[in-house]
Design a protein around this ligand. Structure first.
Ligand SMILES: C[S@@+](CC[C@H](N)C(=O)[O-])C[C@H]1O[C@@H](n2cnc3c(N)ncnc32)[C@H](O)[C@@H]1O
Length: 263
């Protein structure tokens, strides 16, 4: 074929043809982004999860097992802030990545222009519990929840307390941009890292829940988080929290046993 074209076409025509083929090859994955990894999809759709923050590598580690499943994902914060037409980049990335997934987005600004097949948009605040109740009545239990909303410490904590129970066992809750835990204007604190109002202090505290079966506290009653958080993964500026079912019975047995470093 190459020989045939070389004989039939002039050098400049071959060059033009080669450029055309290269342009088509570059455009095809943008039109049909099948089989692309999350980082490439993030770049194509223009979300800062793939560029400014480099979060997509961590998302791949924790979420790729859901890729071909009929999952339900809710993201808080659609992007574009006050401009109703701007944003939606990450929702479109999730829709392509989770090819059978149902994607829900919520934002305090009306972002309904981003609604499309498999993307449903809600307008309201992440700390309006009546609104969150209406949202979750409609979505049902979720497989993945991502908080990329106001990043205000109090909001992140309140939203987590309300939404984590709506996550399915086996699901993953993600908090982005936890650096605001140290920024005063977001209710954070860099002077006192033990400030109980900051999200890092709150989530750090939950790491004890992972070991609640070992607490030497008479008649200790497991909290909801003790029972349901099975692992937590902290990265630069983001946290993944896995939900599952910690067996309450094993707690009783362990508490009645003589403790050694091995049990
Ligand atoms: C960082 S942007 C989200 C970016 C988007 N998730 C992405 O990755 O492309 C944050 C969004 O949260 C929204 N937001 C701010 N405060 C909020 C609140 N209290 N409740 C819900 N959304 C809020 C803003 O309007 C803004 O669009």
């Amino acid at each position: 074929m190459k020989k045939f074209l070389k004989n039939k076409l002039s050098v400049s025509s071959i060059r033009k043809l080669r450029n055309l083929v290269q342009n088509i090859l570059e455009v095809i994955p943008i039109i049909i982004p099948i089989g692309l990894d999350l980082k490439k999809l993030g770049r194509i759709y223009g979300t800062d999860k793939a560029s400014g923050h480099f979060y997509t590598d961590h998302y791949t580690t924790h979420l790729s097992r859901f890729k071909r499943k009929r999952i339900k994902l809710l993201e808080i914060g659609i992007g574009g802030f006050k401009d109703p037409k701007a944003g939606g980049e990450s929702l479109r990335m999730w829709k392509k990545y989770f090819s059978k997934g149902q994607i829900f987005g919520l934002d305090i600004i009306d972002k309904s222009t981003h609604e499309e097949n498999r993307i449903k948009i809600f307008q309201g605040s992440q700390v309006d519990m009546n609104f969150l109740k209406k949202v979750t009545d409609e979505t049902g239990e979720l497989d993945i929840i991502i908080d990329d909303g106001s990043h205000i410490n109090e909001h992140v904590i309140e939203t987590f307390k309300f939404l984590f129970p709506i996550l399915k066992d086996g699901g993953v809750y993600v908090v982005e941009d936890v650096q605001t835990s140290y920024f005063e204007e977001f209710g954070g604190d860099s002077d006192n890292l033990k400030n109980p109002k900051t999200m890092m202090n709150f989530f750090n505290g939950l790491t004890d829940s992972l070991n609640n079966q070992e607490f030497v506290i008479p008649n200790y009653k497991q909290t909801y988080f003790d029972k349901k958080i099975i692992s937590m993964h902290f990265y630069h500026n983001m946290i993944f929290i896995y939900k599952g079912n910690n067996d309450e019975k094993s707690n009783i047995v362990v508490n009645n046993q003589r403790r050694t470093a091995d049990n």
